[in-house]
Every structure is written in C-alpha cells, then in structure tokens.
Design a protein around this ligand. Structure first.
Ligand code: CP
Length: 326
C-alpha cells in the first residue's frame, strides 16, 4: 500500500511510476471505505501541516483540512496576505522556516517553480495543491471517480474538452497515460498542449497500454468516450482573456448532444469545479456565454461532479498518509 512513498514530495504525477499511482488510488479507496464505515485513522496523529494558498480555493483547502483532521493532524491555513512568501522573504527562506515547524506543506499558487523551491528547501514533504502547470491531486480524485463508476481504468477512454494548454489538460494527459487509459485532448488548434508534453505522455502510454490523442475535432475526440471532462475556459488570473476564450471555445461547450455523440449510454460527465453552468454567478451574469457546460448536463443523470469533489478528500488523505503517515 504505497508504503514506499514515505518522505516523498507530491508535485506532479510525472514523478510517480504507474504502480505508485495505482497504490495511491487503492489507498484512497480504502480510506474512503473506512471513513464511510466510521473507522477513523490516526496515521497523521501529532503532525502539523501548513496550507499555503496564494489563490482562492474551496475544494483543495477543505479537502486538505478535513483529511488532516480525520487522521489526527493539525492544519494551519496560510493565506496570501498572511505570510511573507516571495514578498519580504525568499521562497527558499520561508521553506526552511516552515520546514522547522511543520511536518508537511501544501502549496497552491502560480509558478510551478515556487513549489519546486519549497520542496528543495523545506526538508519535509511538499504537496502541490495547484500551480499554473499541474494539478495532480485533482487527477487522483478524477481517476478514483472513474474507477468507482466502471470498476477499472485500463482501456477506458476519457475526452478532455476545452482549453488544452491548462494545468488540468496537462495533468489528465499524464495521469490517464500512467493508468493505461485512452485520453483525448479535444481543443482548438491554438490551445493544444505543448508538443514535448504530448510526446512524454505518449511514451508513458506506450508502456501501460494507454493512448494519447490531441485533436480539434469534437466528433473524433468524444466518439466512444466513457467520460467527458471539461474545465472553465479561463483559469484564475486569466480573467482578461475571457472574451477571447469564449470566441474560441463556444464550439467545445459540453452539451447533451456532445454526450450523445460519445455513443455510450453509460458515459459520465466530469468537471474539477468550480463551474459556469448557469447564470447564477457574478461572472456568468457579466459574460453569459462563458458557460463551458450546459446546465442540463451538469445537473443531469450522467454528472458525477460532486462524487469527484468528495473524492478530493480521500485522495488527498492518501497522498498525506502515504508520504507522511506512520
Ligand atoms: N478543483 C479545485 O481545485 O477546486 P478549488 O479551486 O475549489 O480548490
């Protein structure tokens, strides 16, 4: 059970073997069963965990906090205005200070290099809660959700539809390749992922029986898909690009017709959240076309988005227990 991960950082799924990713998913499933059965763990008893957030978060923050408390740890939230990180103190210095006080550190922010520096200097496990390039804890939750739905991962097809250059597209491409899935990135040509990363994901897939496709054709991309996945069209910090993204991505909105085009009655809809699916948010009232998914799909019988959100707790708990637990 992922016992060989003690002391490791969790920055990208690229840093983990297919077997290690599987172990983390198995451990997540076990921890979820235990929690449902009312069995509480003490694997992190006495540990102190720092949660650095340079960006807002609902799921990641709450999942780290609940997972830590479930296993007996104390979690301390350090928001953007609370600490000196990179402002009056170098990231390396903050890492060394926090590493003397805390047993593990979560970081959510912008540049991936920041979480790498934290990991280089902290001397304790560092977990990536989202950077501009990667969102590895999210993909573990996505894979657990698919596994629960279909009882397996190998050979299943997942179509990610939308902005193919963001941290979710990168992370899904690598995560799905690691577990032998057929992953399709379905995006307009000027929003395709970096070719070097596609090549790396294809090399991984060659060893796991998976497959990696990048296409601008929705029809080709979703045909036969077991899961259709999307994310918001402009990530945090990209608000100035909203109009431009709407123009590019409207044909990639997930609709009931797109779900039908999978040709699979059992196909599910996934989203990392938060989502624009109706006009009940400030931003969707200002930009009514911003919606990356129709409300009918989001609220419909194929949607598994809240199972996926719950699975953030179980998978993040698995990462902390595997890297830091007794
Ligand atoms: N999916 C996700 O990372 O959600 P939060 O931004 O709420 O943490």
């Amino acid at each position: 059970m992922a016992g060989n991960l003690k002391g490791r950082h969790f920055l990208r799924l690229l840093d983990f073997t297919p077997g290690e990713v599987r172990d983390l998913l198995e451990l997540s499933a076990t921890l979820k069963r235990n929690k449902r059965a009312g069995v509480s763990g003490r694997a992190l008893e006495g540990k102190n965990i720092a949660l650095i957030f340079e960006k807002p978060s609902t799921r990641t923050r709450c999942a780290f906090t609940v997972a830590a408390v479930d296993e007996g740890a104390h979690a301390e939230y350090l928001g953007k205005g609370d600490i000196q990180l990179g402002k009056k103190e170098t990231v390396a210095d903050t890492a060394r200070v926090l590493g003397r006080m805390f047993d593990g550190i979560q970081y959510r922010g912008f540049a991936h290099r920041t979480v790498e520096i934290l990991a280089e200097y902290a001397g304790v496990p560092v977990w990536n809660g989202l950077t501009d390039e990667w969102h590895p804890t999210q993909v573990l939750a996505d894979l657990l959700t698919v596994m629960e739905e279909f009882g397996r991962l190998e050979g299943l097809a997942l179509a990610y539809v939308g902005d193919g250059r963001n941290n979710m597209a990168n992370s899904l491409m690598v995560g799905c390749a690691k577990v032998g899935m057929d992953v399709r990135i379905v995006a307009p040509a000027n929003l395709h992922p970096a070719p070097e990363l596609v090549e790396t994901a294809r090399e991984i897939a060659a060893g796991t029986g998976g497959k990696v496709t990048v296409t601008d054709s929705v029809e080709e991309g979703v045909r036969g898909a077991h899961a259709v996945y999307t994310d918001v069209w402009a990530s945090m910090g990209e608000e100035s690009k909203i109009e431009e993204r709407i123009a590019l991505l409207e044909p990639y909105r997930v609709t009931e017709a797109m779900m039908e085009a999978t040709g699979r009655r059992e196909a599910i809809f996934l989203h990392c959240l938060p989502s624009f699916h109706n006009l009940e948010t400030e931003l969707s009232q200002r930009y009514p076309k911003i919606r990356e998914v129709e409300d009918a799909v989001f609220e419909g019988p194929r949607s598994r988005v809240f199972d996926e959100a719950e699975n953030r707790v179980h998978t993040i708990k698995a990462v902390m227990v595997a890297t830091l637990g007794r």
